[in-house]
Design a protein around this ligand. Structure first.
Ligand code: PGA
Length: 251
C-alpha cells in the first residue's frame, strides 16, 4: 500500500499576522497543483487570519501546541475547542523545542494527544534524539520509547489520526540533515515498534515525516527512501517559493 506524502510547515515563533497571510496566500496559490497532503502551522496569533486564507483549499491549518485541558483557569493556555473554532484540524505535539525548553514530558505529551483525539483533532507527534544520545548509540532506544510513551493507551483505530515526525534534535535549524539512509533507518525502527505495539498493518499505514533542516536541495533524496513519507519543515517553510519547491519534491 502506497502511503500519501505529507508536507507540513512549522512556522514556529515567526511571522506577524500580515506576513503570515501573505505567506499563506503564496502557498495556497500553488497548492492545488499537488496531490500530497499539505499543512501549515502559523503561530497562534496568526491562526485566525491564516484560517481565512486556507479555508476551502487543500491546505490544512495546524497549531504548534495545545493545552492538555478542555477549559478553565489555565492562564496562557489555548484549548482544543479554541483551535477548532479558528479552523485548525491538526496539532503538532511533543516538538523537541517544547520538550527541551519547556520541560514537556512523554506523559504530558500523551495527555495532550489523548485530548486532541477526543476533540477530533489530528496530531503530529514529534520524536527525536539529541546529539549526545545519538553519539552514545541510544538513538533508536530514545525514539522508540518516545513513540511508546506518547501513544500509551491510544487504540489502533485512533492511529489514522496520528502522524509521527522523526526530528533528530541535532538536525533542527542547524543546517545538518541526517543522511537519507540514517533517517530511513530510524523511520524503519519506528515502524517496527508500531508493528510490535499494534499490528503490521497499522505500522504499514503510518505516515512518518522527517524533520530537521529539510530543504528543496535535500528533500528529494529523503523522500525517495522507503520509510520517509513527508517532512515537517521549519526554516524552509517560511518562504512560499521554498515551501512550494518542497511540494514539488513529492512528485
Ligand atoms: P528546521 O525545523 O526545518 O528549521 O530544521 C524543523 C522542525 O523543527 O520542525
Amino acid at each position: 500500500m502506497a502511503r500519501i506524502k505529507y508536507i507540513a510547515g512549522n512556522w514556529k515563533m515567526n511571522k506577524l499576522s500580515g506576513e503570515a497571510v501573505a505567506l499563506a496566500q503564496g502557498i495556497v496559490k500553488e497548492a492545488g497543483n499537488f496531490d500530497c497532503k499539505i499543512m501549515i502551522a502559523p503561530p497562534f496569533t496568526a491562526l485566525c487570519e491564516v484560517g481565512k486564507v486556507v479555508k476551502g483549499t487543500n491546505v490544512l491549518l495546524g497549531a504548534q501546541n495545545m493545552s492538555n485541558k478542555v477549559s478553565g483557569a489555565y492562564t496562557g493556555e489555548v484549548s482544543p475547542e479554541m483551535l477548532k473554532d479558528l479552523g485548525v484540524s491538526v496539532v503538532i505535539l511533543g516538538h523537541s523545542e517544547r520538550r527541551g525548553y519547556y520541560g514537556e514530558t512523554d506523559e504530558f505529551i500523551n495527555s495532550k494527544i489523548k485530548l486532541a483525539l477526543e476533540q477530533g483533532l489530528d496530531v503530529i507527534l514529534c520524536v527525536g534524539e539529541t546529539l549526545a544520545q545519538r553519539e552514545a548509540g541510544k538513538a533508536a532506544d530514545v525514539v522508540t520509547s518516545q513513540v511508546q510513551n506518547g501513544l500509551k493507551d491510544i487504540s489502533e483505530c485512533a492511529l489514522e489520526h496520528i502522524t509521527i515526525a522523526y526530528e533528530p534534535v541535532w538536525a533542527i535549524g542547524t543546517g545538518k540533515t541526517a543522511t537519507a539512509q540514517d533517517a530511513d533507518a530510524i523511520h524503519k525502527v519506528i515502524r517496527e515498534k508500531l508493528a510490535s505495539l499494534y499490528s503490521a498493518d497499522a505500522a504499514e499505514k503510518m505516515i512518518i515525516q522527517y524533520g530537521g533542516s529539510m530543504k528543496p536541495e535535500n528533500a528529494a533524496g529523503l523522500l525517495a527512501m522507503p520509510n520517509i513519507d513527508g517532512g515537517l519543515i521549519g526554516g524552509a517553510a517560511l518562504k512560499a517559493d521554498s515551501f512550494v519547491a518542497l511540494l514539488k519534491c513529492t512528485k
